[in-house]
Design a protein around this ligand. Structure first.
Ligand code: ATP
Ligand code: MG
Length: 200
């Protein structure tokens, strides 16, 4: 690398650092956040479990409510359940197209939501994960307005993560951080079954 090129690079990095330092200095608030992970690509729930790991690493207590339950216990459930700081609730009746029973799905969703709202009032729970919750809104099992009202009243330092496709606009509006994961390609469409450690 030439001397001029080296100097130009150093000057550019110094400008960049000044901008970043300024932005960091402006970010002075600390509060509980509402995060939404949506979109058709893979990585919504697994990203949420990553934050669960972070929170646990900081000694926080966490609660997980899974609104769509599969028959087998997932790798994340098997792993996180060992931690006494984790409360894990499987609140689904199964996939709707498998159960074929709307009333059973609704009952499971309501029971799950009733448990979740208790956690959403507990200041000792630092992070609440509402996994696959967007489907409850889509099918009308639980009202979005009711959920938003409970979220507004939750403890000030409590973080909440909601996952699921097609997040409704009002949920996006209420959230602090929203990511939409795009589906570029997925191994399943090339005939690969769900792999332990990656998909389940
Ligand atoms: P993950 O739990 O892997 O982060 P996700 O939460 O983003 O996935 P879900 O819709 O909850 O996505 O689906 C969970 C399961 O479906 C996982 O096994 C995942 O690999 C698979 N899956 C997710 N997105 C796709 C897709 N676009 N095509 C095929 N399979 C998918
Ligand atoms: Mg998911």
């Amino acid at each position: 690398m030439s001397v001029e090129r080296e100097a130009r690079h150093a000057a550019r990095m110094a400008r960049k650092k000044a901008v970043v330092d300024e932005a960091i200095a402006r970010a002075t608030q600390a509060r509980g956040l509402l995060l939404v992970l949506t979109g058709n690509g893979k990585g919504k729930s697994s990203s949420a479990f990553g934050m669960l790991g972070r929170a646990l690493g900081h000694g926080m207590k966490v609660a997980v409510f899974q609104f769509i339950k599969s028959d087998a216990i997932s790798g994340e459930q098997a792993y996180f359940q060992r931690d006494p700081n984790v409360r894990w609730e499987a609140c689904g009746a199964g996939y709707t197209w498998e159960t074929q029973s709307r009333s059973r799905d609704i009952a499971a969703a309501r029971t799950g939501w009733d448990k979740a709202r208790v956690a959403l009032a507990d200041p000792g729970t630092g992070l609440v994960l509402l996994d696959e919750m967007t489907y409850l809104f889509k099918y009308g099992y639980v009202g979005l307005d009711e959920v938003l009202a409970v979220l507004r009243l939750r403890p000030a330092m409590q973080h909440v993560v909601i996952t699921g496709r097609a997040a409704p606009q009002a949920l996006v509006d209420a959230a602090d951080t929203v990511s939409e994961i795009a589906d570029i390609k997925h191994a399943f469409r090339a005939g690969v079954a769900a792999q332990a450690g990656i998909d389940r």
